[in-house]
Design a protein around this ligand. Structure first.
Ligand SMILES: [Zn+2]
Length: 271
């Protein structure tokens, strides 16, 4: 009996951890993460951005639109035939690529909207902290997390325990050096605490981030806790840092790491 239970636990664990590929060609991979939940990656995309599709009984949402204007909708249609709307985690160009394949999109008004206002032909809705998208038998709640951008949004699916964080917490590292909005480490720490509160009270267990690559792009709460511990160390001066390896030689941008979490920051913002 014990052995059967153990075997079925292993089988269950294997099922939830290993995504099932439903389509791939030289350029693109579409994986089913679990029931009604898909991940799309263009392997040749310069910034390796990830897109997610979450499907309810009546509607579906697509989270972010990738690096370039690829034929994203045809891939979404491999996942669902339901009506779809696009949700943006934030408005950096490497997540807006295929937006014009959608009729409607949702974005936080606090984001930089210039590219959307210039290029998007469809209807723009503003999403704010706490908004809920009812998809039929499944709800997605928006959670505002600032830091990477001025109005970053994470989308939480309480049904599966998944959330989709874009770059708000990043793929192994969060980039806090952008933007003219006031973005000190203390504000980011408050956002980390908000996220930990959400994850623990709403049973959000898996964080899917906005990029893929060498680093595994699915994390648990310990990743966010590490971000929090690192931010606290920065504020108390108890940390080591180095020049950010992806910034220009002359740039003041630095990075600091604790376990799997790296914070990329401007020295003026450590306060
Ligand atoms: Zn970004």
């Amino acid at each position: 009996m014990k052995r059967i239970m153990l075997l079925s636990l292993i089988a269950l664990a294997g099922f939830s951890l290993s995504a099932q590929n439903i389509y791939h060609d030289e350029q693109v991979t579409v994986d089913k993460i679990e029931k009604g939940t898909y991940k799309i990656n263009y392997r040749d995309a310069p910034n390796m951005s990830s897109m997610y599709v979450v499907v309810g009984k009546k509607k579906a949402v697509v989270i972010d639109a990738g690096d370039k204007d690829y034929d994203l909708m045809s891939l979404v249609r491999k996942c669902t035939d339901k009506p779809v709307v696009l949700l943006f985690t934030h408005t950096h160009g490497d997540h807006l690529g295929a937006m014009n394949q959608f009729e409607e999109l949702y974005v936080n008004e606090k984001e930089n909207l210039s590219q959307i206002q210039r290029n998007f032909k469809g209807k723009v809705h503003y999403v704010k902290d706490g908004d809920v998208f009812k998809l039929g038998g499944k709800s997605i709640q928006a959670l505002e997390i600032v830091g990477h951008t001025a109005g970053g949004m994470i989308y939480c699916d309480y049904d599966t325990g998944n959330c989709y964080s874009g770059d708000c917490f990043g793929t192994g590292q969060v980039w806090l050096q952008f933007g003219s909005f006031d973005n000190p480490i203390s504000v980011y720490l408050s956002q980390v605490e908000k996220m930990i509160g959400y994850m623990s009270t709403r049973h959000i267990t898996h964080i899917y981030t906005g990029h893929f690559g060498q680093e595994e792009c699915m994390y648990g709460i310990n990743y966010i806790q590490d971000m929090g511990e690192l931010a606290r160390k920065m504020l108390s001066g108890d940390f080591e840092s180095e020049h950010h390896n992806r910034s220009a030689e002359s740039s003041p941008v630095r990075m600091t790491t604790l376990r799997r979490a790296t914070i990329v920051y401007h020295p003026d913002r450590v306060r």
